[in-house]
Design a protein around this ligand. Structure first.
Ligand SMILES: [Zn+2]
Length: 69
């Protein structure tokens, strides 16, 4: 089951909730204040992706050249 992030409009509480796809359009109650004024947040993608692959390539090729000399 996917985990969605919600934010409570009433108290500002952010929370995560596992929802079935069939429930994904429903607004869960805020666990802090019990309000129904919760909005699903666009899930944040962790910034752990390696976009520095090009840099690693240039470094390794540089090292390889050194070995051949
Ligand atoms: Zn709340």
């Amino acid at each position: 089951m996917p985990i969605y992030e919600y934010i409570c409009e009433a108290c500002g509480q952010e929370f995560e909730k596992m929802m079935r796809f069939s429930e994904a359009d429903l607004s869960p109650l805020c666990p802090t204040c019990g309000s129904e004024e919760t909005h699903k947040q666009i899930s944040r993608v962790s910034a752990g992706f390696g976009f520095s692959g090009g840099g690693d390539d240039s470094m390794s090729s540089c090292g390889g050249g050194g070995r051949f000399t």
